[in-house]
Design a protein around this ligand. Structure first.
Ligand SMILES: [Zn+2]
Length: 121
């Protein structure tokens, strides 16, 4: 009887680990579909006057309107889930700056490569 119990317990654990894995995988997708998120997102866009905060900091107007704007988690969702709806952790970014933030930071043609070329010239 004891053995059977342990066996079942092991199976249950295995199943719950598997469903945790699936949950984590779908977590972001689910998050962005939530009504609460859509409401929070709208608040952030309004607060930032429907402008990309990075473009604004560079003194540019966001060229593309409303649809190209995305609301970014400053501290990322998967590392700081507790800040998911914290307005201080959210900012409006255009697609360009959002991709830039989550893209490859090591790619920086204005620094090392130009320096190298200068030295060569
Ligand atoms: Zn921008």
């Amino acid at each position: 009887m004891c053995r059977v119990f342990l066996y079942i317990d092991k199976e249950v654990m295995h199943m719950s680990e598997y469903s945790d894995y699936i949950d984590r995988r779908d977590e972001n997708r689910k998050f962005y579909m939530r009504a609460k998120w859509r409401k929070t997102r709208e608040q952030v866009l309004k607060r930032d006057h429907y402008e990309c905060v990075h473009c604004k900091a560079e003194g540019k107007m966001t060229l593309n309107q409303h649809q190209s704007l995305e609301v970014d988690h400053i501290k990322e969702l998967h590392t700081h889930p507790e800040l998911a709806y914290d307005l201080d952790n959210l900012q409006t970014l255009c697609k360009y700056h959002h991709n830039k933030k989550h893209g490859r930071f090591e790619f920086n043609p204005n620094n090392k490569k130009n320096k190298y070329n200068d030295e060569k010239w």
